[in-house]
Design a protein around this ligand. Structure first.
Ligand code: CDP
Length: 218
């Protein structure tokens, strides 16, 4: 069974998806971290993250893998866990440009389908219900106000020792929303058959319960 959760940055997808996976004994797949790992590799190689021909050139040599478990997801680059490093600002600034490239998407989508073959999975991203798993058993689309999203992201970053103002974060969220929603390939958009969950005024437990109840009562 596949549960797809899509939505913009900091709408509450990751924490919710992780907990839902843990409660249902499903694997959790964080697809954003895969695009972040490609971006980190591009930057580490000293390449311009806006030039697709350069990025495409290194794709065949990329050693990206994902270790999934119930309620956990680790992204490895060359065997090293880069889950935390890829949340940092340098990667965040370029990830939307890199993930708009068709060659990058093709590789990542293939990997996402491979990882989940024969498994029950909660898969979280931007195009899961529309492109990666259009026949997913359940599709949710998370939204929240800019202020709520920025405040959540501010606290996430603070835990990593990174301080940004709410205004700076709102700017980054809007910039990435624009690129992610406006790209030609697999734009961020709600699947017609997805259930919208506005998390602005929901607690974490309410978000989790909403999905788990839907799945269990179906
Ligand atoms: O955690 P946050 O919501 O900030 O972002 P993320 O889920 O880690 O995704 C980072 C970026 O990867 C997004 O802004 C998208 O540009 C891209 N992405 C994508 O294109 N398709 C996905 N399925 C997941 C992420």
């Amino acid at each position: 069974m596949i549960i797809a959760i899509d939505g913009p940055a900091a709408s509450g997808k990751s924490t919710t998806a992780k907990k839902v996976a843990e409660m249902l004994n499903f694997i959790y797949v964080d697809t954003g971290s895969m695009y972040r790992a490609v971006t980190l590799a591009v930057l580490n190689a000293g390449m311009d993250p806006n030039v697709e021909s350069d990025v495409k050139g290194i794709l065949p040599n990329l050693a990206i893998s994902v270790e999934v478990s119930e309620g956990g997801s680790k992204t490895l680059l060359d065997g090293n866990d880069v889950s935390e490093e890829t949340r940092r600002t340098g990667v965040t600034n370029h990830v939307s440009a890199v993930s708009a490239m068709p060659s990058v998407r093709e590789e990542m989508v293939a990997m996402q389908r491979r990882i989940t073959v024969g498994k029950d999975a909660v898969v979280e991203g931007r195009d899961i219900g529309t492109v990666v798993f259009p026949k997913a058993d359940f599709k949710f689309y998370f939204t929240a106000s800019h202020t709520a999203r920025a405040e959540r992201r501010r606290l996430d970053l603070k835990k990593l020792g990174i301080e940004h103002s709410t205004e700076e974060i709102i700017e980054d969220l809007k910039r990435r929303d624009d690129i992610d929603s406006g790209r030609i390939h697999s734009p961020l958009t709600r699947a017609d058959d997805a259930i919208t969950v506005d998390t602005t005024n929901l607690t974490f437990d309410e978000q989790v319960a909403f999905i788990v109840n839907r799945v269990r009562n179906s």
